[in-house]
Design a protein around this ligand. Structure first.
Ligand SMILES: [Zn+2]
Ligand SMILES: [Zn+2]
Length: 118
């Protein structure tokens, strides 16, 4: 007598849960989601972590691909760097949808009126 196996399939439906950024520990809004290759893709890396765009940008602002490959290919190693730790301490107090406004000032500020903040 053939049994139906269907009952095993649809037992729990998990609604997609908000991903948590392993760097700053905050939820990642859909429009802030970036994938970081722990070992750079150009160096054969395949493992990715979902991060905030701002957290991702910070990684690449601090580390070269060679450094990422050899010394910073884990979240733990990234967080152990003092500059990264400082960034995380700062950004973790921002709301999850916070976008990078801090770093653009350097290049653009002279061109803009002081009151013209985006
Ligand atoms: Zn990356
Ligand atoms: Zn983050």
């Amino acid at each position: 007598m053939a049994r139906k196996h269907r009952e095993k399939v649809a037992q729990w439906y998990h609604p997609p849960e908000a991903e948590i950024c392993p760097l700053c520990g905050r939820e990642i809004p859909e429009d802030q989601r970036d994938l970081h290759h722990l070992v750079p893709k150009s160096r054969g890396g395949r493992v990715t972590e979902a991060l905030h765009r701002i957290c991702h940008k910070q990684i690449h602002a601090l580390f070269s691909e060679a450094e990422l490959e050899t010394d910073y290919s884990t979240v733990e190693a990234l967080l152990a760097h003092p500059d990264m730790a400082k960034f995380v301490a700062w950004v973790s107090r921002k709301p999850p949808g916070f976008q990078d406004g801090a770093h653009r000032s350097k290049r653009r500020r002279e061109m803009q009126k002081p009151s013209a903040r985006w």
